[in-house]
Design a protein around this ligand. Structure first.
Ligand code: HPA
Length: 262
């Protein structure tokens, strides 16, 4: 029987998921991905990939996003849940909130955000940039497990590694963006290009620059340590509840259909 493989990409403060798990190093044409650990949740095989490396040594602008996403695809993964720390631009959001964004704006500058640098020229549709099916499951399971999940938010992704200036955040606020992070859009696009489902599970670690006095990575990891058990619980419940096979009614599963000129 074909295996069901789901991946969780861990972010800041979420560098481990399974204890004593089998470890894999996966090579790709784009380089080697960080060590992936394998576990089981219910009837599904789950691969965990810490995007900053197991010891948090890779900054967001230097992550080899293409190697990470390609490695998961090659290993048979069809659905990805990605955890991200974010700052809140929307003043209704507060540190500790869990957010499943529905849309994004990409303000990165230096990254390669496509596998299709050459022919055939490929334009994938991102009208629904995060998989609606796995978002829905996350939101429903959040409700069931009593974890309040914010289900509507625009995520803006900045290049980093510095935090934003107050003027940048004020501009983003006027444009109605809700949360800011440094990773959650690049992976989403690359996953869609390989016809994988992808959803972000963000947690607010701080109010964005200019809204609170100053920002420190320590604060991000403190909130992350506090919230990670809840995020893990949400991921476990969601993964258990997912159908064994993805239904394919989302835009992700057939993203390459109609994406080319001929
Ligand atoms: N800005 C960008 N990335 C972040 C932030 C922030 O305020 N907090 C956590 N990740």
């Amino acid at each position: 029987m074909e295996k069901t493989r789901i991946a969780v990409i861990g972010g800041t403060g979420f560098e481990r998921f399974f204890k004593n798990a089998e470890q894999l190093r996966l090579g790709t044409p784009y380089g080697i991905a960080p060590t992936v650990s394998m576990g089981k949740i219910g009837d599904k095989e789950v691969m965990f990939l810490p995007r900053h490396g197991p010891d948090h040594s890779v900054p967001p602008h230097r992550i080899n996003y293409k190697a990470n996403i390609y490695a998961l695809r090659k290993a048979g993964v069809e659905r990805i849940f990605a955890v991200n720390a974010v700052g809140a631009i929307n003043r209704d959001f507060k540190p500790g909130d869990i957010v499943v964004p529905h849309d994004f704006v990409d303000f990165t500058k230096l990254r390669s955000t496509t596998f299709y640098d050459e022919a055939p020229v490929t334009h994938i549709d991102v009208s629904k940039p995060y998989c609606p099916e796995i978002r829905r499951q996350l939101i429903d399971d959040g409700k069931k497990t009593g974890l309040p999940v914010r289900d509507k938010a625009v995520l803006v992704c900045t290049e980093g590694p510095r935090f934003e200036t107050p003027a940048e955040i004020e501009m983003f606020r006027r444009l109605d963006f809700d949360i800011v992070g440094m990773t959650g859009t690049t992976e989403a696009v690359l996953a869609r290009e390989l016809e994988m489902c992808y959803a972000n599970v963000c947690f607010v670690s701080n109010m964005a620059a200019g809204i609170q006095e100053k920002l420190t990575p320590l604060e991000v990891s403190e909130i992350s340590n506090r919230i990670t058990p809840r995020m893990q619980q949400l991921l476990i419940e969601t993964i258990k509840a997912l159908p064994v096979k993805r239904k394919g009614n989302c835009p992700c599963a057939h993203a390459l259909r109609n994406s080319r000129f001929q």
